[in-house]
Write a protein that binds this ligand. Sequence first.
Ligand code: BGC
Length: 762
Amino acid sequence: MLDSGISRRAVLMGASATAAWLASPARALVQAAAKLAVPSLVDQLIDRMTLEEKAGQLQLMAAAWGGGAALSLNPPGSGSNFEGQVGEARQGSLTGVFNGNGARMARIMQSAAVKESRMKIPLIFAADIIHGHRTIFPVPLAEVGSFEPDLARRTAEAAAFEASGAGIDWTFSPMVDVARDQRWGRGVEGGGEDPLLGRLFAAARVHGFQGANLKANDHLLACIKHFAAYGAGESGLDYNVVDMSHARLREVYLQPYKAGFDAGAMSAMASFNEINGIPSTANHWLMTELLRGEWGFKGFVVSDYTGDEEMIAAGYAKDGRDATKLAFLAGVDMSMQSGLYRKYLPDLVRSGEVPQATLDESVRRVLALKAMLGLFDDPFRRIDEKREAARSMLPKTRSLAREAGRKSIVLLKNDGDLLPLPRSGKRIALIGPFASGAHDLVGPWVVYGDDKKAVDLASGVRAAVANRASVSVTQGSGINEPLAGGIEQAVAAARAADVVVLAIGESFDMSGEAQSRTEIVVPPAQQQLAEAVAATGKPMVVVLKHGRALALEGAVANAPAILATWFLGTETGNAIADVLFGAYSPSARLVASFPWKSGQEPYYYAHKETGRPNPPGDLQPYKAHFRGISNSARYPFGHGLTYGKIAYSDLALSSPTLPMNGRIQVSARIANRGTRAAEEVVQLYLHDRVASVTRPVRELKAFRKIALAPGASEVVRFTLTPTDLGFYGADARPVVEPGTFDVWIAPSAEAEGVHGSFDLLA
Ligand code: BGC
C-alpha cells in the first residue's frame, strides 16, 4: 500500500528528484514501514485526523493514577489529576499512559478514548515490567547468570501473562545495555558485560514477552532499551556521555539491541546519553540510518522519560520546540512524558519545518502497532479485572520464580566444602540486615511487586531445616548504619551456633536508576559486623545481596563460603535455602566480573592487553598492574562453583588449521570427580594473537550447560567457523583475518581449563 504511494510520488517528482528520493533516508524509512502489515483502517484514520490528534498519538505520559505504591498513596479522586488525564484521552491528546494502576484504571481511560474521543483510537498501556509483574523473578543480571536463555524466555512469558491480565499492552523491557562499569547502578537491569550473552538473552526475553502473536491477551509488546550504549557512560555515572569508536560500538554495545530487533521486538526506547557528541534522542544515524535503514526495523521508537527535553540542559537543543524538531526528525516517533511533541509538532508541521509525510509516517507506525496488538479489534482485550486477579501470583508462577532464583545463585567460594549445610544436627546463626524481614527482597525496578508477598531468608531457611528452633536470627547491623548493641548480639549468636550464615550487602535502592556508586563495596557498617562475627572463629557462609558485582574485602572475602544471590524476587528465601542445604547444586556463573578493588572499574574480562603485560605470578615493576593488585578479577566473568568436583581434560581439535570456508571442531572432556551431582557451564573462549586491530585477551564464543552425575564425564564439542573469528576493523566494517588463534575450554574467563591453538588459513 505504502510502496505504491511512494512510486506515484517518485514518478511525479521527475527523474533526478526520483533518484534523490530513492537514495534518501526518508525513502528507506517509508520502505521499512511498508513491510508492516498496516491495515487500511490506519490510513483511513490518518486521512481524517487533525494535526493535534496526530501529535497526540505520539505523546505518551506517566499515568496520573499510578500503580504500585501509588495504589494506596494516590487513590482516584483524592487530589490527583486523573480526571484531567481522562479528559486528555477524550480529547485525543495522548496515545497512552505508563505505570498505571491496573485493569480498573485502564478501563476508565480506555472507555473515554474509544467511546468519547472524536477518532475513537484506543490507548496503549505501558509499564516497566522488568523482572516480573506481581510475581517477581530474579533481577535480569542474576538471571543471565543461569546461562539458560530459555529460562529468561519463560520468566518473561510468565510476567507477560500476569501483566497483560492487568491491562498492560506494552513493557519497557528488555533492557539490554551492555555494562562494563560496576559503579553504574543500572547494570542490574541488563545482561552483564558480554555481548554474546547479551544477544541470547535479549532475543529470549523478546520471544517470551511477545509470543508468536502480539494480539494474544497473554502477551505484550516488547521494547528494546536504551538505544544505544546507555551502559557505557563515562565513569559509570548514570546519564553520562559516551565517546566510543564505531568499531567497539558495533562489536560490543550494539549486539544485544540488534538481536532483540531480529527476534521481532517492535518498539525501541532512545537512551538518555549522547554518543560522540550527539544525544541518542537526536541521532539520525542511530535512529534512522542504522535502525531502520541497515537493520530494517519496522516498529516505532519512543524517547526515554523527558529525554527530548533534556537535550536543552545537555546543550544540544535551544528550547522545547527545537528539541521536538531534532528528536522527531532524527527518527524518534513518540515522546515520553515531556509533553513536547503534542505541544510543538502541529506548529512545526504548519511552518513546514517538519514534513507532514514524516508526521503521518510516525502516526502510521504507532497505529499499526496498536492494530498488531489487537486494540482496534477489541480495545479491552487485556483489560479484565477478574483475569487480573485470577492470574496474579499463581503457584506455577511462584514455582518458576523459585526455579529461576536458585538457578541465578553463584557459588563464589566453598573452602573445605562448607556448603551444603546439613538440614539437621547444626545450630545455625542467621545474622545480618538481610537475614530476615520483608524488605529488599524484590529488588530494584519493580512497579507492582510487593516485598510483603515475598519469602525472606529466615523463612526459607526455617522451612528447610529439620528443627526450626536450631535457627537463630540476629540483625547485627543496619544496612548503612551500625545498630546499637548489634555487633555484641551478633557475636553472642555466632558463639552459640555451629555455623553462621551472614546475609549482608546492598539495599535494593543502591542499584537501579541514578544509583551509581563510587565504591562498590559492602557498606562499612556491615563490613564491621562481618569482621566481628568472623573473629569468633565460627565457620561462616556469606550470603550476598547486591545489584552489581562487588569488590569484597577483609572477613567477607576471607569467609570460607560465599554465595552471590543478587535480588531474587518473590521466592528469595526458598531459592537460597535450596542451595544452602543442597536441594540444588549451584550452577550459575558471574556475568559481571568481581574486581579486586573498586578502583579497577571499569573491569571486564574481554579487555585488551597492553604492551607491558605482567607475566603470570608476582607483580613486576613497570608492568601493567595497579599498586598492589594485578589487572585481573577476584572472581571473573564465567566463574561459579558447583557441589561437584569438575575437571577439564583432553582438549582436541579436529585439525590444526581452519580454511576460510571451513569449520573446526574443538572438544574437551568434562568430568565430575565429586560425590554430588552438578551442572557445569562449559565455556569456549578465543583469542586472536595478531590482528589489524588489537583483540581482547579472550572472548566468549560458545557455551554449554551440562548435567554430570557423580563420577560421570562427557565430551563437549563445539564447532567454530571463520565467522566466529571475525571482528570490526578500524573502519568499523566486519573482517576475518587469517592468523593464529588461542582456544580455551574453561570454567571461567580467567581459568586455564584446557588450552590449544589453531591457524585460520588465508
Ligand atoms: C528509565 C526507563 C523507564 C522509564 C519509564 C526512565 O527513567 O530510564 O528505563 O522505562 O523511565 O519508567
